[in-house]
Design a protein around this ligand. Sequence first.
Ligand code: PEP
Ligand code: MN
Length: 338
Amino acid sequence: MIVMEAHASQTQVRAVVQRVRQLGFTPHVSHGRERTIVGVVGHETDTDLDSLGALEGVERVVRVLHDYPLASRDFHPMDRTITLANGAVLGGGGVLMMAGPCAVEGIEQLEEAAACVAAQGVRVLRGGAFKPRTSPYSFQGLGEEGLRMLRSVADSHHLMVITEVLASEDVELVARYADVLQVGARNMQNYRLLQACGAVDRPVLLKRGLSATIDEWLQAAEYILSGGNQQVALCERGIRGFEPSVRFTLDITAVPVLKRLTSLPLVVDPSHAAGRADYVGAIARAAVAAGADGLLVEVHPRPAEALSDGAQSLDPIAFQTLVGEVNRIASAVGRAAP
Ligand code: PEP
Ligand code: MN
């Protein structure tokens, strides 16, 4: 990590970047409020990186032994943000609400869900077209047909689309229709998929694996970042605990831990942790109070008829209540409303 002096000029930063390249490393420049940091990622062979300290404008060269340098806050101290094409922003103080059905089931269901979330001021529509189901006999999603529905319904409501990509060979297809790619919990350590997401020009929401440690999760994010895609956000969605009364145990402590370790935006999915609609509100409020940058919430026009995750899906009235509550918590803790 090459820390530039507080008043280092652009030319001095450029000279450092050029020298780093000459030495065969990849520079990652991060402009902070106070100073610029040039991150150098790679295996140190016999190159003397300390010699970079002699260049003009360099304050010091610090060796950081990190498993996830690009994801770390050390390399990138300022909170990162992801801005979508409709102006919705993830990170940077606001709370971004992403909502919609677990799965796209058909055009009418999706249209009703989109109208319901858009009416509450939501700007990002969720919905799975490729579903990672525990049983091979469960509804697997509508595939490309579902992606097409997502795009047209979202466009008609000025919404952005977030949807899951299940396999590396589908990344380009999903990226053609979606604004944000979701990597699901079951795929957090699918390294070929992460690499494919690193090579695409779309923000990626990386969910935490069912039993993944925070360290493993950040190293998974590093796969995407090191592939060249800097638009990565994390999503805590609950981990496997011993308590059977909830589907997963939402690790609320992951919020402050991640805020310390990384400057990547952080989303909380209360729906998959809760497993029951009546628990979703409490978890969502806690997540916003703790500092989450966004929420990913399942909403269905008629949860009893849902083809997946109906028990945890909010109906339109419950969703309206949730948005009101979350808004009140957001303003109480000095955050912009979702
Ligand atoms: C989903 O968002 O519908 C989903 C399958 O989530 P997860 O990967 O967290 O289980
Ligand atoms: Mn779901």
